[in-house]
Design a protein around this ligand. Structure first.
Ligand code: ADP
Ligand code: MG
Length: 679
């Protein structure tokens, strides 16, 4: 932090924790709420449940033991009396609150044993002439050891000394009826008492509108700038020769859906550009993203470049490997498999084929993009279920192209963990294509909610289904985020179901199985040798066994919406009517009840994601760490959609007509976040 800095290193460290690195950051550290110390409430008028400021003299003060040592004082103001209680107190406080002292106290009033009371109010000694605060007192987000008065002082100083010039042209402000930056920021830090506290706390006040707009605009500008930067980087031109791709399409046992054709056409066009594609292919579970990925890979291969397909779990990667091998073998191509759990020798062998360029398509887990693996001529990197990958892995992938003249194109795929409008406006560095149509002939999965008390009936149902030739999954949940416990539950369930159904062939798959074993179990299930598969949530992503038509999700109340939807997407892949039973245990929390209701009522991933957004808010939904997306602090994408639309247009306008204003705006809002945003 730059001067005037008589700020101790300890305080600086605490400010850094709050994301305050420059003095200018203090300006944008906005209050969470306010306390009203602008007037005094006569004690006779105060009501339990409200926060007020009162003033009076101490009529009585004692240390009581009930049961803990407590300082109890009675405050009288002529209109009434009120008790002040302190559980942990210093001798100095006791002195300050001696009988006869005149005290101003601020706090929440509640009904106590003796009548109205305040517990641990903020108190100070006053006399008849002590002035009231001229404006509402801000309460800032803070961290342990950083007191409100310290923050207030620092922020006050920043407001007095830093330039608050507007970054936006007047014409724009007028057109969008936005208030000025300086006025807005001053108002939010110290609102006058006539301003409605609720409009501030609900963030609907015009000053908040301006701040949210600024934040959204900064995000939009940053995306555009990033996009432009990408336009300056080079990638190989992978023109659509349409020999391999056309052959694959011809060989498929199905016709591509309109949405698959459209999204592939978009990708195909991007690949032919001399700049790196960074595209997100969004499509609901089962919408058929894999074939689009395969076609993209073939377009790279047609041009003599390599392609790589990475998936977040071994099971999924392996399944892709098998599927693509089947698709590509008739074209004379053999993909190579690489994962972290391979024997060292095999891995080295695979890495050797990749490095020599002998292999044109590599499929595997994120081991593919670790340092030891270097590609001969990587033209396209495909990442399936990209929301499962962290920022670190995305960076690794990106760095694969660093230091070379050209970098690979990137295709990310995801099954709608977020609503599409959100994705489009939110992912800083990606273009988005959406597959909005399912392949024909699917019968929607029927979902049933069944309480745990009827577990026996469910077990019987599973048996009957398997006896009738169907295949079923039994999914055990993640327990307390603990893999060990999850494993234990899966083992127990496996044992129990195995004993209950001696006549059924039951398999077990979980994350701790070694790779070969996992592959063997999945292959046996796919081939119909196993009738019932007990699984942990490792099967959440991507697993594709069309004959499986029954799924039981145990303790469904513990799972998130996206997870439930993904799991349910494992059935309903064939022509048979599928059923998904959500077994839940009472009592249900309000959130769990809301989630189960949504998953019961909707089969549409986009709609579910929209609800998820409303239940959890974008912060938790996206999780900055997971998605590599910068978090919004003030604006709320779903509630402030109108502002987002304005910000989108304004970003184009500024970059085109007022580039300096755009620069100044980014500087104010993104000075330290630029790197982060680019992850
Ligand atoms: P996801 O989008 O969830 O990754 P997949 O690519 O695994 O979906 O496809 C799901 C299933 O649908 C696969 O069995 C796949 O072969 C099949 N499929 C894909 N496209 C079509 C299509 N156009 N017509 C019929 N079946 C299709
Ligand atoms: Mg998939």
């Amino acid at each position: 932090m730059n001067p005037p800095a008589k700020i101790s290193p300890a305080t600086l460290a605490k400010l850094a924790k709050l994301g305050i690195h420059h003095r200018a950051d203090l300006l944008l550290h906005l209050p969470l709420r306010y306390e009203d110390e602008t007037h005094l409430a006569p004690i006779a008028t105060v009501q339990a449940g409200t926060t007020v400021q009162v003033q009076g003299s101490i009529a009585h003060s004692e240390i009581a033991f009930r049961p803990r040592r407590t300082l109890v004082c009675r405050l009288e103001d002529g209109s009434g009396e009120l008790y002040l209680r302190f559980l942990n107190f210093y001798p100095s406080q006791q002195k300050q609150l001696a009988v006869g002292r005149q005290i101003r106290a601020v706090g929440e009033v509640r009904m106590g044993y003796f009548g109205l009371e305040m517990v641990h109010p903020k108190c100070r000694a006053v006399d008849d002439h002590t002035p009231l605060q001229p404006s509402l007192t801000p309460v800032y987000p803070t961290t342990a050891g950083l007191a409100q008065p310290v923050l207030r002082k620092l922020i006050g100083n920043a407001l007095d000394t830093l330039p608050l010039s507007d970054t936006l042209p007047d014409a724009l402000l007028q057109r969008l009826q936005l208030s000025g930056f300086a006025d807005s920021i001053r108002l939010l830090h110290s609102p006058t008492p006539d301003i409605s506290a609720s409009s501030l706390e609900e963030r609907s006040h015009a000053a908040w509108r301006r701040i949210k707009f600024d934040e959204l605009l900064a995000q939009q500008l940053s995306m555009r700038v990033h996009h432009r930067e990408r336009g300056k980087r080079t990638a190989p031109r992978l023109a659509p020769h349409q020999n391999l791709t056309a052959q694959l399409i011809k060989n498929l046992p199905f016709a591509l859906t309109g949405a698959q054709q459209r999204t592939f056409a978009g990708i195909s066009q991007d690949l032919a550009q001399p700049h790196p594609m960074q595209r997100l292919l969004l499509g609901d579970v089962g919408s058929g993203k894999t074939i689009v990925a395969a076609l993209a890979a073939l377009q790279a291969i047609e041009n003599g470049y390599q392609a790589a397909l990475m998936a977040p779990t071994e099971i999924l990667a392996e399944q892709h490997y098998l599927k693509l091998r089947d698709w590509l073998e008739p074209l004379g191509l053999a993909p190579v498999w690489l994962s972290g759990s391979m024997k060292k020798k095999d891995r080295q062998l695979a890495a050797g084929h990749i490095a020599s360029g002998e292999t044109l398509l590599a499929i595997g887990t994120h081991a593919l993009f670790q340092e030891q693996v270097s590609f001969h001529k990587l033209g396209l990197a495909i990442v399936d279920e990209q929301h499962k990958f962290g920022v670190q892995q995305r960076l690794e992938l990106r760095n694969k192209g660093k230091g070379r003249e050209t970098e690979p194109h990137q295709l990310m795929m995801s099954a709608t963990p977020i609503p599409r409008t959100l994705a489009m406006s939110y992912y800083a560095d990606l273009d988005v294509s959406v597959i909005d149509e399912l392949p024909p002939g699917r019968t929607p999965v029927i979902t049933k909610l069944v309480s745990d008390e009827r577990r026996d009936e469910v077990i019987e149902r599973v048996r009957a289904a398997c006896m009738a030739g169907q295949q079923a999954y039994w999914v055990c949940p993640l327990i307390d985020e603990s893999e060990t416990l999850q494993l234990q539950t899966a083992l127990e369930t496996y044992q129990l179901l195995g004993e209950t159904f001696p006549d059924l062939r039951v398999g077990l798959v979980h994350g701790k199985l070694d790779n070969a074993e996992k592959a063997r179990v999945m292959a046996a299930f796919k081939a119909g040798e196993l009738q019932l598969l007990v699984a942990t949530t490792v099967i959440e992503v991507g697993v594709d066994v069309p004959n499986a038509s029954l799924m039981v999700i145990d303790h469904a109340e513990r799972m998130g919406l996206a997870q439930l939807h993904q799991l349910r997407g494992r059935v309903g892949r064939g022509a048979a009517q599928s059923l998904c039973i959500l077994l839940y245990q009472r009592p249900l929390s309000e959130l769990a009840r809301a989630r189960l209701k949504i998953i019961f009522e909707s089969n549409d991933g986009f709609a579910i994601a929209q609800h998820d957004l409303q239940l959890r808010g974008p912060g938790e939904l996206l999780g900055a760490r997971q998605s590599g997306v910068a978090m919004l602090r003030f604006a709320d994408i779903s509630a402030d959609e109108d502002l987002l639309n304005h910000a989108r247009l304004a970003a184009d306008e500024l970059l085109h007509d007022f580039p300096e204003a755009a620069q100044a705006h980014l500087q104010r809002w993104m000075a330290n976040k630029q790197d982060y945003l680019h992850v």
